[in-house]
Design a protein around this ligand. Structure first.
Ligand code: FUB
Length: 432
């Protein structure tokens, strides 16, 4: 950890490389759907998608991988940039994948009754297939849903209310320089539009935020009086920054604030094929334009505090060092691959008048170790230490409890793990 990084909350996820953010607000949480760049990738080697969620924009719960290339029996590879929307009690996850039969990129649809899945193939075949990527769905106030996608072109089609069929034919949105800006030096692509459309409505104005130019990309936007145009180019949302030659926008309003998600190469080992999702909070200008934003390591401010007196998943993380997550036999995910000195930061924990004990659900096929409970930093005040025994297996769970003293007010909690060498133990959940 570089000095000062203890305050950093961007990138949002540090356990794996994530890309192509698609946030969705549902039932008091932001669900963040992402792609997953494989470690050491030297291309867009992407096999599955991931879901994270947060109620406070800083502590993100890892929900694992509820959809992968193998969900789509007709797809061979390329779990690229998707988008999830909720309608009529179901969650629809539109994704670009390679169609094995044709070798072309196509748009598939996953469906689930839960925002965290599991998702199944809604159709058993592509919804549309024209070799282009990056689906995005917008449902207008009148209930009409539109599917947008495309690179190098920009397409839309009207979805039927079942969300898995459409009316009419895929139609190209004219890529005019008035609508999408002027690109120089690329005769075949005269406008700035590259890929990754993100269409939404604010008041009576329709916005299309997208990856512009290549390469490296930046984020630009256009506005229109209707969902299909005519579009007017409005300029830059985020300049080219951040060690990744792609970028990818996702915008939501949540709890009275506006949030812009993007990706960069900011994690150690990060780059164009090992990307990480990050987020900034922003306010629209009075005239409805979007301010220009820069990538930060601080990210969005926390909404409220985290309640330590209810069960919290160990995989709810503001920042971590050294740990990974994996599916737990008790449901959801657990934190694992914990080694001596690793830690998890949970930001803005509301201890109030004080905690007296700490419990954690733990398992260890080795001889366990200790969970140090520290405030404000990995070297901060020690308010308790829980000893974790060997339990006979990495998924053989037991609950340990230890006394706590001095944890009052609102604090950044650090779960610091200590012990011998190798993997020490797993943690499924904790509660003060
Ligand atoms: O992640 C693969 C591709 O890179 C996405 O589909 C594009 O938007 C770009 O981010």
């Amino acid at each position: 950890m570089p000095a000062g990084a203890a305050r950093a909350d961007n990138p949002v996820v540090q356990t794996i490389y994530t890309a192509d953010p698609a946030p969705m607000v549902y039932n008091g949480r932001v669900y963040l759907y992402t792609g997953h760049d494989e470690d050491g990738s030297t291309y867009f080697t992407m096999k599955d998608w991931r879901v994270f969620s947060s109620a406070d924009m800083v502590n993100w719960t890892d929900h694992g991988s509820p959809m992968s290339i193998s969900t789509f029996s007709w797809a061979s590879q390329d779990a690229w940039a998707g988008h999830t929307v909720y309608r009529n009690g179901k969650f629809y996850w539109y994704v670009p994948v390679k169609d094995r039969a044709s070798g072309q990129m196509a748009i598939g649809v996953g469906v689930s009754t839960s925002p965290t899945g599991p998702f199944s193939d809604a159709l058993g075949r592509p919804l549309v297939r024209n070799g282009e990527i990056d689906p995005n769905v917008f449902i207008d106030d009148d209930g009409q849903a539109y599917l947008y996608w495309g690179n190098p072109n920009l397409w839309y089609v009207k979805l039927n209310s079942d969300m898995i069929s459409y009316s009419g034919s895929p139609t190209q949105i004219p890529l005019t320089t008035a609508g999408f800006g002027t690109r120089t030096g690329n005769a075949s692509r005269p406008t700035l539009y590259e890929e990754a459309p993100w269409v939404y409505k604010r008041g009576s104005l329709y916005y299309n935020v997208y990856a512009a130019k290549c390469c490296s990309e930046y984020i630009a936007y256009s506005t229109a009086p209707g969902p299909t145009g005519p579009w007017t180019f409005r300029g830059t949302v985020m300049p080219t920054q951040g060690s990744s030659f792609t970028n990818h926008p996702g915008i939501v309003d949540f709890n009275g604030g506006s949030y812009f998600f993007y990706h960069n190469g900011a994690l150690p080992g990060g780059g164009g094929f090992t990307r990480s999702v990050a987020v900034e909070k922003f306010s629209y200008n009075a005239d409805g334009t979007i301010p220009v934003m820069n990538m930060t390591t601080t990210g969005a401010p926390q909404i409220g505090t985290l309640n330590p007196y209810v069960r919290q998943e160990a995989e709810t993380i503001a920042w971590e060092s050294g740990v990974e997550t994996e599916p737990s036999t008790e449901g959801g995910m657990n934190v694992g691959f914990i080694e001596n000195g690793d830690y998890i930061k949970v930001k803005g924990v509301g201890f109030g008048s004080g905690a007296s004990s700490f419990s954690a659900r733990v398992a260890s096929a080795a001889s366990g170790g200790r969970i140090e409970l520290r405030l404000g930093g990995t070297g901060g005040t020690l308010v308790g230490t829980c000893t974790v025994p060997g339990t006979g297996g990495w998924q053989s769970w037991t609950t340990v409890t230890c006394p706590v003293s001095g944890a009052t007010g609102t604090q950044d909690l650090y779960l610091r793990f200590t012990g011998g060498s190798g993997n020490l133990f797993n943690v499924n959940w904790w509660q003060f």
